[in-house]
Structure formats: structure tokens, C-alpha cells
Design a protein around this ligand. Sequence first.
Ligand code: XBP
Ligand code: MG
Length: 270
Amino acid sequence: MTLKALLFDVDGTLADTERDGHRVAFNRVFAEAGLDWRWDVALYGKLLAITGGKERMRHYVERYRPDWPKPENSATAPGVALPPPSLESFSELITRLHAAKTAHYTAMLAQGAIPLRPGVRRLLAAARAAKLKLAIATTTTPANVSALLRHTLGPEAESWFEVIGAGDVVPAKKPAPDIYYYVLERLGLPASACLAFEDSENGIRAARAAGLKTVVTVNDYTRTHDFTGAAIVLDHLGEANRPFKVLSRTPVNGFSFANLDFLLRLHAAA
Ligand code: XBP
Ligand code: MG
């Protein structure tokens, strides 16, 4: 089947957003709420095993804060400076923290805090010129996707993507394949006509479960993940003056950056 669309994960794939973006925004919100939750770089790496910010906060409390009242015991901890401290349920707390975190994170993006990864801008432009369809498949909140695209690629960039599948639009987040099924259905394309781009084990598990050939670009948090089933694993997409490194076996030789020719051959070969 001919290659017709490129499906991009966001966090870690389009941009290195986790360590200096999402993590920082979570910590700011915890401090503002008077919570002594603090996610350092190493702990955040472990927490990334749970996709979705709300799900990640719940997991943190369950796994690392046995002192905290269990989520099912609805009231938040007594003595914690939260308005109003005793009336807010755990779910409400998580919802409120998450909304505030999204506001912090999108403000950081508006200030240009997080650049795109190497080759992303170039590849998107090449794909558009060749009339390949573009789509997003991510677990992050839709507002975060809009902010990243707008502030790195320009005010029109969201319209470049035929489908943006993000956040709670599907109940089961990656590694479940649901977000990819959602995007494929709206594109009206079979998985065999697409390539997915991912950076993490949860991401490739989701893409592979949906039947997608997947290009992986690793980052510091995901370098040691299991990428079984990847079409290829790269350190990044590369530029003419900044060659990628191939970290897996390669079905395609003779390229130093991911251009459309490279992707077409990978799609045909993998
Ligand atoms: C990565 C995620 C996200 C972000 C946080 O998503 O798991 O949850 O870390 O975003 P992907 P929210 O790699 O699929 O883009 O707080 O908005 O959930
Ligand atoms: Mg990712």
C-alpha cells in the first residue's frame, strides 16, 4: 500500500517536552497548591511509565505517598493548604491541579521554552509539499498540542494536520492503541497506508497494536526502552548538516537524515 499519511506522537517526538516542560509545570502547580509533592528528573522518568498527566498524578499518590488518603476516601488530606481543604474530593483535586498545570505548561510554550526536535520542521514541510496527510496521535491535552504547534510552527500550523487525536478523546491512553484507531478512522485510511512516529515504549506499543509501521526517535528518557517491532530506531530525524544515528538494524541504507525518500523506502521495506 502506498504511503499516504504520517502520524505523529507529540511529547518526546515533536519536541522534548517532558523534563523541562511538563515536569516543571507539574512542580509549579504542586508548590502553588501547598503540596510537598516534588518530581525530580529521575522520579519523573519513572512516572512517565504512566501516560496522561491526571493518571500520572493519581499513580504518584498511590505508589509514592502512602501517607495520602486513598483516592476512594474522597476528602483531601487534613492540614494541607488547599481551598477548601476538607471539602474537595481527590478527583476534584486532580482535575484542578491538572487544569492549572496545563495553564503553566502552555504559558511556557508561548514563551518559546521548548523547541522542535531536529528534522521535525523540515519533514513536516516536505510532507505537506508532497501532499502526504499529517495527523497527531497523543495522550497529552489538546490545548498543549495547539500551543506547541502554534508557538513553534506558526499560527496556521494546526490546520496542517487533518486529524488531531489528543488527551481524553479516547478513554484508554497509550499503550492502548485506541488513539491510533481514532485517528485512522477519521483519516479514512488503513494502518498500512501510514507511518507512525514515536519516542517511547508506550508509544510504539500503541502504534504497533494498531498495525502501524513505526519510526522511533529516542530521547534521554526513552533511550533504554524496548522498541521491538520498530521499523527503525534513530537518535533523531536528522538534518543535512546533522546526521542521525541508527540505533537498530536498518532496512534502508544510504541516508543521513529522514527525508520523504527515506520514509517511502522504510514504509515499503519494513
Ligand atoms: C505524553 C504524556 C502526556 C504528558 C502530559 O504523551 O503521557 O501525558 O506527559 O500531558 P505523548 P497531560 O508522548 O503521547 O504525546 O498532562 O496533558 O496529560
Ligand atoms: Mg511520546
